[in-house]
Design a protein around this ligand. Sequence first.
Ligand SMILES: Nc1ncnc2c1ncn2[C@@H]1O[C@H](COP(=O)(O)OP(=O)(O)OP(=O)(O)O)[C@@H](O)[C@H]1O
Length: 708
Amino acid sequence: MAAEGMLSFSVASVVEDVLQQHGNRSKDIDFESKKAEEAASRRSEAAGWLRKMVGVVAAKDLPAEPSEEEFRLGLRSGIILCNVLNKVQPGAVPKVVESPCDATLIPDGAALSAFQYFENVRNFLVAGQELGLPTFEASDLEQGGKSARVVNCVLALKSYNEWKLLGGNGVWKFGGNLKPATTTLGKSFVRKNSDPFTNSLQRTSSMNEKPSAGHSNEIDSNKMGGSGSLSMLVRAILLDRKPEEVPLLVESVLGKVVEEFEHRIASQSEMMKTTSKDISPTNFRKPQQKQTLGDKKIEEKNIKVVKKEDCFRTNIIDEEEVKRRSQKQQIIFDQQQRDIKELKHAINSTKAGMQFIQMKFHEEFNNLGMHIHDLAHAASGYHRVLEENRKLYNQVQDLKGSIRVYCRVRPFLSESSYLSSVDHIEEGNIIINTPSKYGKGRKSFTFNKVFGQSATQAEVFSDMQPLIRSVLDGYNVCIFAYGQTGSGKTYTMSGPKDLTEKDQGVNYRALGDLFLLAEQRKDTFRYDVSVQMIEIYNEQVRDLLVTDGSNKRYPFTNSFEIRNSSQNGLNVPDANLMPVSSTSDVIDLMNLGQRNRAVGATALNDRSSRSHSCLTVHVQGRDLTSGAVLRGCMHLVDLAGSERVDKSEVTGDRLKEAQHINKSLSALGDVIASLAQKNPHVPYRNSKLTQLLQDSLGKFKSTKNLLF
Ligand SMILES: Nc1ncnc2c1ncn2[C@@H]1O[C@H](COP(=O)(O)OP(=O)(O)OP(=O)(O)O)[C@@H](O)[C@H]1O
């Protein structure tokens, strides 16, 4: 329906164009004859129908083919019109003014009464208007009036009657020859909603129901493009044309219609091609600005068709695309599935490998832990063993005696006098041949050990070497060299003046051993070693490790006090305490001490033989494991000569020296005797020497003494 309307409308437009083209050109062509013929035909049709419907009226019948004048005069009274209308629509005209005398012949051209004329025609027009008939003016029935309009009205009524006789179904539409009153050839043709008559032609099946104006217009708009409207349009157009113009117009119209159709089909085909190429809806061709309304409708329809096709095509493409994508996704999915399987396999392999490594790791870790545990146990056991060994070791030393006395026989210094009083030596015994004044004979003396004349410094030291280890274990050790002047005390403790490594005495070797052992124990202990060197002369104490030359001369201006209660364990805290870290450091300090001791020598006598020199080595060890601190000290004492004063027959200072020496040696003898007898009281305070050495002479349990 829409297509039909669109097409018809377009044809009407074409006809209009053709008419416009031909309008001016054939303006002067005469269509009068055609018009007259057409008008006569229509008049005859109308007159015939009226005759048929109402018969003879007022003793005057309408001619079968009346002239225009005859037709006008026949209907002039309005009686025929009212009667025929009442026949078609009974009661449409309630009152018809009949002729006063039907038999009276009214002469042609004679006017009826004004009342009759006005009432009948007016009533007819009013009723006709209600039926939607084309109207005319009352003057059209007068001389010079337009009878064609009256003919149109009659033919419209005829059409309505026919429609009614057929059942009156649907909408009645007048299909008679219509020419809009305001429309003329050569003027712009109004195609819709321009003719009030046309608007009123439409009626619903129910005459009582009148559509609204808006609705009527809408229907007109829809029906205007129909074939009836088109034929009416064409007829209206051709009505005023001369006969010789009609073929030309029809040919032109048909040609234009054909041309328009071809153009539309071509454009539609082009659009189809274009839209088939352009899948995207955005590629639709934009409608041109200057389009007619019909073109726009066609364009819209084409767009709809194209859209449908595009939609269909898009659906097909989408399905193919979806299918293709689905296949592609399936391939990717399959590949991913395979990859996942491979990954799972790799993960499982890796997992198994990791589990194996983990198991191995745990195994090795456990083994390592067990090893570490064993090592820790061994280490703790080692420490326990070390501790036990240390205790056992020192117990052995104790069993050997906390006071040991060794005897060393000095060799003869010159070949001239080699008469020795030593008869022979047996282990710890030495047999002495006594001089005749003491009763000729032999005397035997027992020592822990007796070293003969050939004993070397190393052999002598080997017996006291275990004591050095005890110092590092926190024991106090005291080594004396006791004997007459020239008996070799200094030689044994220090060595000869021209010292060689082989001749090094106990002091050097002890300190050498001390550093060696400390080095060996550095993983478990950290030792700090420092030394003091003291001289006791005539019961006065002085420091030998001074470098400024002070306290050189006796009596000493500054005699150090000996204390046995100092916090750092030093008996002579005021004396220099020199840290040492190697044997060479000790040698340097001992040389310094020897030099200071030698300075005091008089021209006649070597004072060194009449004073006690004491090299004290302080050792502080820290157990790196337990943090325990051990303190030990070792006194290396070179005692003064032990000549008997009474027999030396000295006097003066020498006597005084001898008395101090004897007193101090006697005090030392008393202390050792008390210790040996384990007396509860040990007389340490009887001399400076015993006071100095008391922490190493049995005041504490961990003391060991060695006496030559
Ligand atoms: N075992 C020995 N071998 C070789 N020479 C020795 C030995 N013992 C001592 N002498 C030598 O004997 C001399 C005296 O020795 P030394 O000075 O050591 O005696 P002393 O007891 O210290 O005397 P003083 O009491 O005067 O200090 C020194 O020349 C020393 O070299």
